[in-house]
Design a protein around this ligand. Structure first.
Ligand SMILES: Cc1cc2nc3c(=O)[nH]c(=O)nc-3n(C[C@H](O)[C@H](O)[C@H](O)COP(=O)(O)O)c2cc1C
Length: 362
């Protein structure tokens, strides 16, 4: 069943509105998968790509870790042809480390290199990296300049509105970073001090976009959780595209749902059991292949609840999924779920955005 909304104005998509970052050609109003530590790894990116993400980013990677050759940091550099275009995100507070890290990233040949100036957690922001750099714009400019000069890739930045309520400097930051050569800017509509509290405010993002000096694409980020909200924010704030994080966790269909709604005004039906299980299986198999049998299966456990959300009396199956150790056995349980629930009509319930204020790894 497709629900037609009455107040929908069709969007006129034209070639002249395509969005470009360096040589990367994106469609009009691209939908970006946000970088998310412990989430936006290759298995998750694979299912987001299948479901309509136009540009994706890796989890953030420590520049110091890359230089030290830390296994965890190196592993995060893995990108695959089928996920292109894809950007690698790095963070750090030191020009030399960021410059060396940029050279390492360059050699792995992603489509772009993103600098994280938005991470709010203490261990990053209070050590002069991530959102901590928002307190010192000249340093931010030097760090960005060092990266731009160390790579042949287009450099982009992801940041927040400012450090706190009284120092929202994103308008200045956008101009200064564009001047040193960044080719797109993604802005999360919160300050560092807000972490994930309250609602993301997009008014300042719109101001950056409206600034006639700004010519690079501006992507809005924060709290997009439905096709209706995405279109409303597109029209109200005029951004070039939207970056989506939490809403995609367990629900990668959000990308296609938004694109379809923007083009047609139709809300697609909720994915069927068959679709949910097929995506879950792909995520599992990719995890197994990329992380190995033990870590791959363990880390996949946190995803089942999300994929199976809304199914009645699923507890017993879920318990099996999170205790079984063999990939074949897990796939058998997933197949049983399909037989048992085939034809089940999911309700279109709002996506719940978890407040990562306390829990979030970044
Ligand atoms: C689990 C998690 C991990 C995150 N890791 C990163 C990261 O590595 N780099 C980054 O720039 N932002 C990170 N973020 C912030 C997101 O990219 C995004 O800015 C934020 O979640 C707001 O968007 P949303 O409301 O669509 O989720 C993370 C967010 C979450 C929830």
């Amino acid at each position: 069943m497709k629900v037609q909304l009455f107040n929908f104005e069709p969007q006129h998509l034209t070639l002249s509105n395509l969005v470009k970052i360096g040589n990367i050609q994106l469609p009009e109003f691209p939908l970006l998968l946000a970088p998310m530590e412990d989430v936006s790894d290759p298995p998750f990116r694979a299912v987001c790509k299948d479901n309509g993400a136009h540009l994706m980013y890796t989890e953030f990677i420590s520049s110091e870790g890359l230089i030290r050759d830390a296994i965890k940091s190196k592993k995060k550099l893995d990108i695959f042809d089928y996920e292109k275009p894809v950007g690698i995100q790095i963070f750090g507070g030191d020009e030399e480390s960021l410059s060396l890290a940029a050279k390492i990233v360059d050699a792995t040949n992603p489509d772009l290199l993103d600098i994280n100036f938005g991470c709010p957690v203490k261990k990053v922001a209070c050590r002069g990296a991530g959102a901590g750099v928002l307190k010192d714009v000249p340093l931010m400019v030097r760090l960005t300049d060092a990266v731009v000069k160390s790579t042949s890739l287009p450099v982009t930045v992801k940041t927040r509105l400012g450090w706190d309520e009284n120092t929202k400097n994103i308008e200045e930051v956008a101009e200064r970073l564009q001047d040193v050569g960044i080719q797109a800017l993604a802005i999360h509509g919160r300050t560092r001090v807000q972490m994930y509290k309250g609602s993301a405010a997009w008014e300042l993002i719109a101001k950056v976009k409206e600034n006639p000096r700004i010519t690079i694409p501006i992507f809005g980020n924060g709290d997009i959780d439905s096709p209706q909200k995405a279109l409303e924010y597109k029209n109200r704030y005029g951004v070039d595209g939207i970056m989506i994080g939490r809403a995609a966790i367990g629900y990668p269909w959000i990308f296609n749902e938004i694109s379809h709604y923007v083009k047609t005004g139709e809300i697609l039906p909720a994915p069927s059991v068959e679709e949910r299980v097929a995506v879950c299986k792909k995520h599992l198999i990719k995890s197994f292949e990329w992380k190995g049998p033990i870590v791959g299966i363990n880390e996949m456990r946190r995803h089942y609840t999300n994929y199976l959300k809304g199914m009645p009396n699923i507890r017993e199956y879920r318990t099996k999924l999170v205790t079984l150790k063999g990939v074949e056995e897990i796939i058998e349980v997933l197949d049983e779920i399909v037989s048992e629930y085939s034809g089940y009509e999911f309700e279109k319930t709002p996506i719940e955005l978890i407040n990562y204020h306390e829990k979030c790894a970044v």
